[in-house]
Design a binder for this molecule. Structure first.
Ligand code: GRF
Length: 205
C-alpha cells in the first residue's frame, strides 16, 4: 500500500501528503539538502539522496534511482517537485504506477516557468494537474485538476502561491484514489470510480 515520493526541493507537496495520512514508505531526493528531506526525517520516514551529477549518464542515474525505489516495493511512485526528466525506459518500468503534479492546467504550459507564462499569455484561469507519467514530458492521463482565477496585478509569485494551495488539496486526494483502487484508464482518460470530482474550481466567481 506504500508510496515512494521523489523530490528535488522544498517538499510542500510531500508535507501535504503526510498531513493527509498518505502512507509514504520512503522519500528519495535528487538533491542533497533538499527541504523535503527534513520534512520526511521529522516524521521518521527513511530518506535517501541519489544525485544525478554523480552519474556519468542519465541511464546510470536512473538505474541507481530505480534500485533505491525498488527496495521499498512501492505500490505507487509519486513525483513531487522532482526536477529530472525521466527516460522512456524508466517510465516504462513504473508504467501505471508513476504520477506527477504539474503547476499548470495541462495540456497548457508543460515545462518550466508555468506561472510567468500563464501571466504573459493573459490567461484568466490557471492551476495544477495530477497526471500519470508517460514518456512525453508533462503529458499523460489526467487524474485531477484544480483551477484558480488570475487576478489583476498578480505577480508570478502570487499566482504560484495560489496554485500551490490547490496542489496541496488535489495531490493527496488523487494519491488516495489510486491507493483505494478507484482509478480506471479508458481510452487514455482517467475515470474515478464513485463519482469523485476530478476538477476543483477554486474561487470561481
Ligand atoms: C510544485 O509547484 C510542483 O507542482 C512542481 O514543483 C513544485 C514543488 O513544490 N512540480 P514542493 O517541493 O512540493 O513544495
Amino acid at each position: 500500500m506504500s508510496v515512494v515520493v521523489l523530490i528535488s526541493g522544498r517538499g510542500s507537496n510531500l508535507q501535504a501528503m503526510l498531513d493527509a495520512g498518505i502512507p509514504v514508505s520512503a522519500v528519495i531526493s535528487s538533491t542533497a539538502g533538499a527541504g523535503g528531506l527534513a520534512v520526511a526525517e521529522r516524521r521518521g520516514i527513511p530518506t535517501s539522496v541519489v544525485e544525478h551529477r554523480r552519474f556519468a549518464t542519465r541511464e546510470a542515474f536512473e538505474a541507481a534511482l530505480a534500485g533505491e525505489i525498488d527496495r521499498y516495493a512501492p505500490r505507487l511512485v509519486a513525483l513531487a517537485g522532482f526536477m529530472r526528466v525521466l527516460t522512456p525506459g524508466f517510465v516504462a518500468r513504473y508504467a501505471g504506477r508513476l504520477v506527477n503534479i504539474h503547476p499548470s492546467l495541462l495540456p497548457e504550459f508543460p515545462g518550466l516557468d508555468t506561472h510567468t507564462r500563464a501571466l504573459a499569455a493573459g490567461a484568466k484561469r490557471h492551476g495544477c494537474t495530477v497526471h500519470f507519467v508517460t514518456a512525453e514530458l508533462d503529458h499523460g492521463p489526467i487524474i485531477a485538476q484544480a483551477s484558480v482565477p488570475v487576478q489583476p496585478g498578480d505577480t508570478a509569485d502570487m499566482l504560484a502561491a495560489r496554485v500551490l494551495g490547490e496542489e496541496h488539496r488535489i495531490y493527496p486526494r488523487a494519491v488516495r484514489w489510486f491507493l483505494d483502487g478507484l482509478l480506471v484508464i479508458e481510452d487514455g482518460k482517467v475515470r474515478v470510480k464513485g463519482g469523485h470530482a476530478q476538477l476543483v474550481d477554486s474561487d470561481r466567481a
